[in-house]
Design a protein around this ligand. Structure first.
Ligand code: ADP
Length: 620
């Protein structure tokens, strides 16, 4: 960041990416411009929470007696808007690092895409992307912030920006701690200088804010600590509004849990399951999860200790009397009270999911589709609830249409009596596994195969040795219990022909393969590669490599199909003219073709050159 000093103020330039993002925000049309108000109130409320927390932890702060509140002042004539909070305020470096810099590269890309697709911007998105403050540029061209940090020896600053490329910071005298943000509204947003309009928006978005909000001297928000009410005293509408308020989601939730627990541990909780994942659901760290309160006082945002990571997609509040008010982060991390609360909440969430799975399968499928990727990791990490979690897993399967799921229980219930193993096939996606030649035998015999098509499935395999006493087995492994095919027992090569063709293939391929064997699994394909009984599942191997693991490439077994016309031709040719060059080419070509299907071919050049040769001979 470059900066230029003048006599009074310092000028800073936004980083290039930030400039682009701001340009998009400033020059767009919005469907929900009123969201700026929610974002400013939420920032003010965070700042007030921080100061209250400092007060509780006995820290010396500036103006300890100033009430914690938010004031909004409007002037319809002048078209101006101002919001003042008595919160923690900002230092100069906060103004530069927190206000002056935002947004991950993903955010910019997302906004650019909306722009190229010519879609109007939904103001709600701005809040979701954690660039809340800049939503003011939906309604104004120039913003001023005056702020003084709560440290007694802090000084006041004024920050100004038109959102175009630069911002300025100058020192100003300020008596009180906190932050005032003010601006003149654009003409098309002048309704936000009207008291009633602003009060309406606050009731809609910020009714549950923890601090009183005054507009024109009148307190607007009235409802608080909804979770302390009795379940039947809360209307669905209230609950939904509360969810929207704490989660920044604009869809109603998929479901909720309202807990009031007394006994070994005491707490109240209101927990919501989002209907759809937030747009910025790239990483678990971005999820907001549960807020911790102690006797109605906000303690901690996004408290990771209240839930295992695989449940961090829920949002809500937990309020307990069992923790002291001045509890520090260190205490919440190691407190036995927290551990007990976590156990109870985890159990209740799993019970609710079990109930959906049993009685509301569509709802459960929707949940699983949206949050399965994270949720599934629980089966490998939460040993105390392992069995419940395994029963809640859902998989795609060769007998379910794409996008539909089956459970391990359903799989086992549908197994014919003589089947002793649970079969699965892993791959990058449904289409890739559907094309895998290993499936041919199972299709023909009408045996169901589970499809493990996402990363979490692959990581769960090592934890899922068996279900209901039946081992899980990859159909890419060599040691599958194939039943002989009664339909076409004669349509195959003689033992001798197979043996000599196999030893020829072995000579040609040498170190490339662990072995060459006659296949019982292939129906339509001529050859495929499988993993030895002790080898690592192919998808697993790829994942390990992607994660930078040092694993030796395990050699594969090449299976050739003795009923395939090409293999028969080759056997015949080998019997009559074992030194034909085409035999050697075909052996290599079949091997490399199988590699190609696996996605493991490193250099296609030889493969293509050989194919050209073979075609030339075939057309001679
Ligand atoms: P987010 O709130 O998602 O972090 P914002 O762009 O809304 O993103 O705000 C950036 C940061 O600026 C906040 O995290 C906070 O540190 C600081 N900030 C914004 N408004 C205030 C305020 N009223 N008082 C103190 N700090 C604030």
């Amino acid at each position: 960041m470059s900066n230029i000093d003048t006599e009074h103020s310092q000028e800073f330039e936004y980083k290039a990416e930030m400039k682009q993002l701001l340009h998009l925000i400033v020059h767009s049309l919005y469907t929900h411009p009123e969201v700026f108000l929610r974002e400013l109130i939420s920032n003010a409320s965070d700042a007030l929470n921080k100061v209250r927390f400092q007060q509780l932890t006995d820290r010396n702060i500036l103006n300890p007696d100033v009430p914690l509140r938010i004031n909004i002042a409007l002037d319809a004539e002048e078209q101006t808007f101002s919001i003042t909070d008595s919160g923690v305020g900002m230092t100069k470096s906060d103004l530069i690092d927190r206000i002056g810099t935002v947004a991950s590269s993903g955010t910019l890309e997302f906004f650019q895409r909306l722009k190229t697709e010519n879609k109007p911007f939904d103001g709600n998105l701005i809040g979701e992307f954690g660039i809340g403050f800049y939503s003011v540029f939906m309604v104004t061209d120039k913003v001023t912030i005056q702020t003084r940090h709560a440290d007694p020896d802090s000084i006041g600053y004024q920050w100004e920006s038109t959102g175009e490329g630069k911002f300025t910071i100058e020192e100003i005298p300020l008596e009180e701690r906190g932050t005032k943000i003010f601006f003149k509204l654009k003409d098309d947003a002048k309704d936000f200088s009207d008291d009633d309009r602003v009060k309406g928006v606050i009731k809609k978005y910020s009714n549950f804010a923890d601090f009183p909000i005054y507009v024109g001297g009148e307190e607007v928000n009235t409802i608080s600590a909804l979770w302390h009410k009795n379940k039947n005293e809360i209307t669905e509408e209230e609950r939904t509004e509360f969810y929207k308020f704490i989660s920044n989601d604009y869809n109603p939730p998929l479901g909720h849990l309202h807990l009031s627990i007394e006994g070994r541990v005491n707490f109240k909780a209101l927990i919501f399951f989002p209907d759809t994942p937030p747009l910025n659901y790239f990483r678990v760290e971005d999820l907001r999860s549960l807020h911790l309160y102690s006797s109605r006082i906000f303690i901690q945002d996004d408290c990771k200790e209240l839930l295992p990571e695989y449940l961090h997609f829920v949002s809500g509040v937990v309020d307990t009397e069992d923790l002291p008010l001045n509890v520090s982060r260190e205490v919440t991390q190691s407190s036995p009270v927290m551990a007990k609360i976590k156990d109870v909440i985890t159990g209740r969430i799993l019970s609710l999911l079990e109930d959906w799975a049993e009685n509301e399968s569509e709802k459960y499928e929707k949940f699983f589709k949206n949050f399965g990727l994270l949720f599934k990791t629980g089966a490998g990490s939460d040993f105390a609830n392992r069995d419940r979690l395994i029963n809640l897993l859902r998989f795609e399967s060769s007998k379910a249409e794409k996008g539909k799921f089956t459970s391990l229980k359903e799989y086992v219930d549908g197994m014919p009596e003589d089947q002793t193993e649970i079969y699965y096939l892993s791959g990058d996606n449904r289409d890739a596994v559907e094309r895998n030649p290993s499936l041919e035998y199972f299709r023909k015999k009408d045996i169901e195969v589970l499809f493990f098509v996402d990363a979490a499935d692959v990581f769960n395999i090592p934890h899922l040795h068996e279900y209901d006493g039946k081992p899980l087995k990859s159909i890419e492994k060599a040691d599958i219990d194939f039943k002989p095919d009664e339909d076409s027992p004669n349509d195959t090569l003689s033992e001798d022909d197979i043996k000599s063709l196999i030893s020829f293939f072995n000579e040609q391929l040498g170190d490339k393969v662990e072995d060459v064997v006659a296949s019982k699994r292939l129906v339509d394909s001529a050859a495929t590669l499988v993993v030895g009984a002790s080898g690592m599942d192919r998808q697993m191997e790829r994942m390990m490599k992607m994660m930078g693991g040092q694993i030796g490439e395990s050699k594969k077994i090449l299976e050739i199909n003795p009923t395939h016309p090409l293999i028969k031709n080759l056997a015949q040719l080998h019997r009559s003219k074992s030194d034909e060059a085409i035999l050697k080419s075909c052996a290599l070509q079949l091997y490399e073709g199988a590699l190609l299907i696996d996605g493991n071919m490193e250099t296609p050049t030889d493969f293509v050159a050989r194919m050209t040769d073979i075609m030339e001979q075939a057309t001679r």
